[in-house]
Design a protein around this ligand. Structure first.
Ligand code: WT7
Length: 631
């Protein structure tokens, strides 16, 4: 199933469009099924109702673990690199990983988990996180991984939205020289989570934690009570595999739902092809398993292909900005998949951290999460790939389950800052505001997809109508991505960024409405408006305009108070980079905030504010512009 020439890409692409069912049916043959499907695809984008591999039975962990045991049982599945480079790294072979997943699956069962139950996972980047994810899949429980940076309130909202029965966490996490008390955060969250019956706690940083009798149990104690035999649960192709919460243009994050069969096929197929993975190679994705990139391209994609996946606990700049390059050298990494924000941050340290680092094993480079600017692309290409490693700029989303538009390493000619061409099976279209398809090349518009692919979301948890409204109602019979896009003269795609009220801060997706709601919860704040602005390292920064007539103390302290509130309500990742106190916001006569004007002010480009004739009070704009200059 691996594409090895551009000609083959063109042929496969053509076939995938002309006969999608045959195409995906053949791809799916490369996986292990308990029972075959009777129909590859039935679909309807109006409801929406999408079914792949109908009737088929499988368990994704048999594809990620059991099927490799006979020939590749002693091959490394996961190489764990700890936060502290002085500590030993850990290698888990497929045999070892299989055994540990089975043990932990038995622990889950012992604690009352069964097929269909939702389980929340809030853990550091340690092997046990991958083990917990796979153990859920083994018994058919639905995992909902929450990134370690979210607050107790965010966790509680997510746990309650999907009525989780169990929580898996650790005492704490290391992040560079910081320690994060994960269990404390979970304790705060669980005060408001009546559905949670049990909480399994891994010892990691050995910090004191409170353990509630009857609810909390230690991972290490539980292990003593189980064996390593756990038959995988037989799952329907369309049974739920996991929920992953993501932000949209409204205040409340959505639980994106992925199912077993289609997601497995799509994650495995795209992993193998986009990175041109070769047996025996070491692959390193720097994302966190708390995001979709980690789900698809640290855990499920690589393991389904029998690959060796590096799992790194720390951050790129600890203990020094050489850390990534030390890991590449130490583990002889062949593929490095990272984010533009990390590249830009490391670039800023110059060549010093690269001195005497052996990066010669690198064969393929990947970028994900946000548009990569040309400067960062060239630095990555020259300094890390030495001009020899193709860069795959992979465009996709939590909702798409896997990579959609991207070069195929060694196959597709690349172009800086272009995600290039759609993968086989993906039919992108550009549409204008009225939903008319814009044909031809040298055009731009809103990016939609007009045909289903196996990895696509099936619903948003507990609210199918919301899934329909958000993705399938903007344009008839199309999946709307929320991204703007340009198709150049060669037919190459370049993603230009979100066209909705969603920000991309250091590759993290954050809704402006979510941040506004959090700021507005601060006592004394009357109203706020949040917009993005270009940021050298983060891609986008968060700029908040806040009406706070009776500040508590001086302005600088009041800003810190607001940041504290945002940290409490969402998490530190959503903290505004800039706060401007204003006496009013630019509104239309009908009361709508004119964000377009605020965006211009945040960008520092006030020479042409566009049409301001509908403004209720133009003096407000003058005042904000003056204040912004002084910020
Ligand atoms: C949004 C999805 C997909 C994994 C990580 C983010 C932006 C993603 C690219 C890229 C330009 C990109 C889009 C997209 N995005 N990859 N290669 N070039 N933009 O997943 O949190 O669901 O965010 O990230 O705006 O809609 P996510």
């Amino acid at each position: 199933m691996q594409i090895t020439s551009f000609k083959q890409y063109e042929e496969d692409y053509k076939k995938s469009i002309e006969n999608p069912e045959q195409f995906w049916g053949e791809v799916a043959q490369n996986f292990q099924w308990r029972k075959p499907w009777f129909k590859v695809l039935s679909w309807n984008f109006n409801e929406p109702n999408i079914k792949w591999f109908e009737g088929a039975k499988l368990n994704i962990t048999e594809n990620c673990l059991d099927r490799h045991l006979e020939k590749n049982g002693d091959k490394p599945a996961i190489i764990w690199e700890p936060n502290n480079p002085e500590e030993e790294s850990v290698t888990l072979t497929y045999k070892m990983l299989h055994e540990r997943v089975c043990r932990f699956a038995n622990i889950l069962k012992r604690n009352g988990a069964k097929k269909g139950d939702r389980i929340c996972i809030y853990m550091p980047m340690v092997p046990e996180l991958a083990i917990a994810v796979l153990a859920c899949a083994r018994i058919g429980a639905v995992h909902s991984v929450i990134f370690g940076g979210f607050s107790a309130k965010s966790i509680a909202d997510r746990i309650n939205d999907s009525r989780c029965k169990l929580v898996i966490t650790a005492d704490g996490a290391y992040r560079g020289n910081k320690q994060i008390p994960l269990k404390d955060v979970i304790d705060d969250a669980l005060i408001g989570c009546p559905t949670v019956e049990k909480c399994i706690v891994l010892t990691h940083i050995r910090t004191p934690v409170s353990m509630l009798k009857g609810r909390d149990v230690w991972w290490e104690d539980e292990v003593k009570h189980v064996n390593d035999i756990c038959e995988a649960e037989e799952m329907d192709a369309e049974d739920m595999l996991f929920i992953l919460y993501t932000s949209g243009s409204t205040g409340k994050p959505k639980g994106v739902v992925h199912t077993c069969g289609g997601y497995m096929v799509y994650a495995g197929y795209t992993f193998s092809n986009v990175f041109n993975y070769q047996p025996g190679e070491v692959y390193f994705c720097t994302a966190d398993i708390g995001w979709i990139t980690g789900h698809s391209y640290i855990v499920y994609g690589p393991l389904s292909q029998g690959a060796t996946s590096v799992l790194f606990e720390g951050i790129p700049t600890y203990p020094s900005p050489s850390r990534f390059w030390d890991i590449v050298e130490k583990h002889k990494v062949n593929t490095l998949y990272t984010a533009p924000t990390a590249i830009r941050s490391l670039m800023s340290f110059g060549d010093e951290p690269l001195k005497e680092k052996d990066l010669s094993t690198i064969r393929v480079l990947g970028s994900v999460g946000e548009p990569i600017n040309e400067e960062a692309w060239h630095w990555f290409d020259e300094k890390i790939g030495h001009g020899k490693a193709p860069i795959v700029d992979t465009w996709w989303q939590t909702e798409t389950g896997g990579i959609m538009i991207s070069p195929i390493a060694t196959v597709t000619p690349t172009k800086p800052s272009y995600a290039t061409l759609p993968l086989p099976g993906i039919q992108p279209v550009l549409v204008d505001e009225n939903g008319n398809e814009i044909e031809g090349n040298g055009v731009s518009g809103n990016l939609c997809i007009k045909f289903p692919w196996p990895g696509m979301l099936r619903t948003t948890y507990g609210d199918h109508e919301r899934c329909k409204q958000t993705y399938f109602s903007a344009y008839e019979n199309l999946y709307f991505t929320g991204d703007g896009c340009l198709r150049d003269e060669d037919g190459y795609y370049r993603i230009t960024g979100r066209v909705d009220d969603v920000l991309n801060v250091s590759g993290h997706r954050i809704g402006t409405a979510e941040v506004e709601n959090a700021i507005n919860m601060h006592a004394g704040v009357v109203e706020s408006a949040v917009v993005g602005y270009p940021h050298d390292v983060k891609g986008q920064g968060i700029y908040a305009f806040v009406i706070y007539p009776e500040m508590h103390g001086e302005a600088e302290l009041s800003k810190k108070d607001i940041l504290q509130t945002v940290t409490r309500v969402i998490g530190a990742i959503a903290k505004p980079d800039k706060i401007l106190f204003v006496s009013g916001l630019p509104k239309t006569r009908s009361g709508k905030i004119m964000r377009r004007i605020l965006r211009k002010i945040a960008e520092g480009d006030t020479s042409n504010l566009g049409d301001t004739s509908t403004l209720l009070d133009p003096a407000v704009v003058e005042e904000i512009m003056d204040a912004a200059q002084k910020l």
